[in-house]
Design a protein around this ligand. Structure first.
Ligand code: UGA
Length: 443
């Protein structure tokens, strides 16, 4: 089958590469010429495990092509997948200009019927808007050349996107057209051989499914963080409570890890966008708004603990805090909405300096904060501790789970750790002479 994918970000590139890998002939289009030139040369612009080999293999075999030409992209296939970005605009709403620009390009260049598949995360009603825009661009030609607009949201996790695409829990297809449904079934047939994962519904239900899934997961995180904050005040241990509730299969163990709040390009943006959509629909979504409020507060948690330990914000002037982990979660270099940023910015505002280490997000952090006084990036986790007054852990990279505490004690004279991911046993650290703060557990 032939497929065109617009947008070569996380979603577009993973989608294009994985579809080519099962034998579809895929053309990926992006307006960023530099990016397309790098992709053609085999350079992957993002850190996503496994993606580079799949791209390389399929570029070599000719199943995966890249272009900056709208004309070629539209001519390539009946199926036109839209995976361009929908960043929040200045009001917090999803900015649809890139999606609409693709719709216009498709309308301008199409000479045969098309199925336009909206994979970008878009507010409910966007498929209808895209259909409206296409019809307007096509004008009189519209009656001769038909089109369908289908919603097909993605559920990929950064760092595990390739596996998530190849082994999906479900494939949501929002369409009322029997033809589009048949074409989508054929597209995803290689992923449905052992078990049919297709779930068909109306486009608006499909669009809302995406937001509901992310809002539900974000709710679990804010819920456990709220219980953790309560546990601290009541003398309970959130890790024991987590195990206690997770054993109920209706609750389950996933997504109830307390921490420094959720980050990334999806949860924060989607939760805010859903709250906004609700307001626009005349409904105050109190639960969803609270999920966001709890998360913003949680991102300040480590800073508050650090300030309290040293005797108030003013006492942080001139202190140096080592930070382990900058990315919003392990196995990615993504710094978007990362809790580490809130911590670092609060530390700088209080006059403290930061010596930070992250296994892969260093370069991205330098791009963001390289010029900033009070910021130093180091190349290994132990050097971050040299001369620091305390260590703060923001991301649970594997290599932080069992560090050499002897080596750490030599470098970090104060022996103070603020652990935002509950990586260590408080008893063990206390017995070894550390002052150890974590989330939702007694100090
Ligand atoms: C998320 C969803 O998990 C995907 O299903 C979805 O497709 C994607 O958003 C999207 O909309 O594109 P992602 O943003 O890659 O994926 O990250 P997650 O692995 O879900 O983690 C999100 C944040 O929640 C991280 O900051 C993580 O540290 C935090 N988290 C997660 C917790 O604090 N506690 C948990 O128990 C789980």
């Amino acid at each position: 089958m032939r497929v065109t994918v617009f947008g070569t970000g996380y979603v577009g590139l993973v989608t294009g590469a994985c579809l080519a890998d099962v034998g579809h002939r895929v053309m990926c289009m992006d307006i960023d010429e530099g990016k397309i030139a790098r992709l053609k040369a085999g350079e992957i612009p993002i850190h996503e495990p496994g993606l580079d080999t799949i791209v390389e293999r399929n570029v070599k075999s000719g199943y995966l092509e890249f272009t900056t030409s709208h004309r070629d992209a539209v001519a390539h296939a009946e199926l036109q997948i839209v995976a361009v970005g929908t960043p929040p605009d200045e009001t917090g709403a999803a900015d649809l200009q890139h999606v609409q620009a693709v719709a216009e390009a498709i309308g301008a260049h199409m000479t045969a019927p098309k199925i336009v598949v909206v994979k970008s995360t878009v507010p409910v009603g966007t498929c209808d808007k895209v259909a409206g825009r296409l019809a307007a661009v096509l004008g009189g030609r519209g009656s001769d050349i038909g089109f369908e607009v289908v919603s097909n949201p993605e559920f990929l996790k950064e760092g595990a996107a390739v596996g998530d695409f190849q082994r999906p829990d479900r494939i949501i297809v929002g369409t009322n057209s029997a033809h589009a449904r048949a074409v989508m079934a054929e597209l995803y047939e290689p992923f449905n051989r052992n078990h049919d994962r297709m779930v068909y519904m109306a486009p608006r239900s499909s669009e809302l499914t995406k937001y509901a899934a992310n809002a539900m997961l974000a709710t679990r995180i804010s819920f456990i963080n709220e219980i953790a904050n309560l546990a601290e005040r009541l003398g309970a241990d959130i890790e024991q409570v987590r195990r206690g509730i997770g054993s109920d299969p209706r609750i389950g163990y996933q997504f109830i890890y307390p921490g420094v709040g959720y980050g990334g390009s999806c949860f924060p943006k989607d939760v805010k966008a859903l709250a906004r959509t609700a307001r626009e629909a005349g409904y105050g979504a109190s639960l969803i708004e609270a999920v966001e409020a709890v998360n913003s507060r949680q991102k300040m948690k480590l800073f508050e603990k650090i300030a309290a330990h040293f005797g108030g914000e003013a006492a942080l002037q001139g202190k140096t805090i080592a930070i382990w982990g900058l990315a919003f979660k392990p196995n990615t270099d993504d710094m978007r909405e990362a809790p580490s940023r809130v911590l670092m910015e609060a530390l700088w505002a209080a006059g403290a300096a930061v010596r930070a280490f992250d296994p892969v997000a260093g370069a991205e952090t330098l791009r963001l904060y390289g010029e900033r006084p009070g910021f130093e990036l180091v190349q290994d986790k132990y050097s971050a501790l040299d001369g620091a007054d305390a260590l703060a852990i923001c991301t649970e990279w594997q290599q932080f789970r069992a560090p050499d505490f002897g080596e750490m004690a030599l470098r970090l004279a104060n022996r103070v750790i603020f652990d935002g991911r509950n990586l260590y046993s408080p008893e063990r650290l206390r017995d070894d002479g550390w002052t150890y703060f974590s989330i939702g557990r007694a100090t």
